[in-house]
Ligand binder design. Structure first.
Ligand SMILES: CC(C)(COP(=O)(O)OP(=O)(O)OC[C@H]1O[C@@H](n2cnc3c(N)ncnc32)[C@H](O)[C@@H]1OP(=O)(O)O)[C@@H](O)C(=O)NCCC(=O)NCCS
Length: 180
């Protein structure tokens, strides 16, 4: 468990799978994700079963927010493609419960993962890819301390159009641990 004041990152439970299926079939949620197909309950159950064989530091965590005194799961966040030579890892996030967009929860979750990545896992570089057509995500990452590195032109395809993909990152020496 990675604890913040109003966001915490917790292990994913099997009981959450139906909620993930619902969120990952929502066109607004997946507009910023590289999902181009229906997500099935069977597929998500197989994905969940596969987590047991993954490197434990690459198992995604559920994002929980404190509402009315209760911790509610709203999405997930995780490292992947971790490189143990360069101490670098890609990170991905989604908040599937749209009621919780634009309230700073994504930024808090990212800040908690930066603390975990740099402070606990001894990473040197944490990076991500984001569609240029996703300004909410870009702003969220900028607030968390990510800087723009470059753009891969026409590298995504959404709604009948090619979209640019921005690369963003934080290096360990740039990271400022913020109280969240
Ligand atoms: C992207 C995501 C993780 C961001 O989390 P969040 O909690 O909504 O983001 P935050 O509230 O921390 O920050 C969003 C910022 O973007 C701003 N914003 C929202 N819509 C915007 C727009 N159209 N243009 C510019 N800025 C925008 C918000 O005002 C806020 O900035 P502020 O605090 O300076 O006002 C979340 O919205 C999400 O999961 N979306 C769906 C899946 C997705 O796109 N994942 C990312 C894939 S790379």
């Amino acid at each position: 468990m990675i604890l913040g004041k109003r966001v915490r990152l917790a292990p994913i439970e099997r009981s959450l799978i139906p909620r993930y299926v619902e969120w990952l079939n929502d066109p607004e949620v997946i507009a910023g994700l590289t999902i181009h197909w229906a997500i099935t309950l069977a597929g998500e159950e197989a994905w969940f079963d596969g987590l047991a064989n993954r490197d434990p530091v690459e198992v995604p965590l559920s994002i929980q927010v404190l509402t009315d005194g209760t911790w509610l799961t709203v999405g997930n966040i995780g490292f992947h493609a971790m490189d143990h030579v360069t101490h670098a890892s890609e990170i991905g996030i989604f908040i599937g419960d749209k009621r919780f967009w634009n309230s700073g929860y994504g930024t808090d979750a990212m800040r908690l993962m930066l603390r975990y990545g740099f402070g606990t896992l001894n990473l040197h570089r944490i990076w991500l890819r984001v569609f240029a057509s996703n300004p909410r995500a870009v702003r969220c990452y900028e607030k968390a301390g990510f800087v723009h590195e470059g753009t891969m032109r026409d590298s995504g395809y959404k709604d009948g159009k090619y979209v640019d993909t921005h690369f963003m990152s934080v290096l360990r020496h740039e990271w400022q641990d913020v109280d969240v």
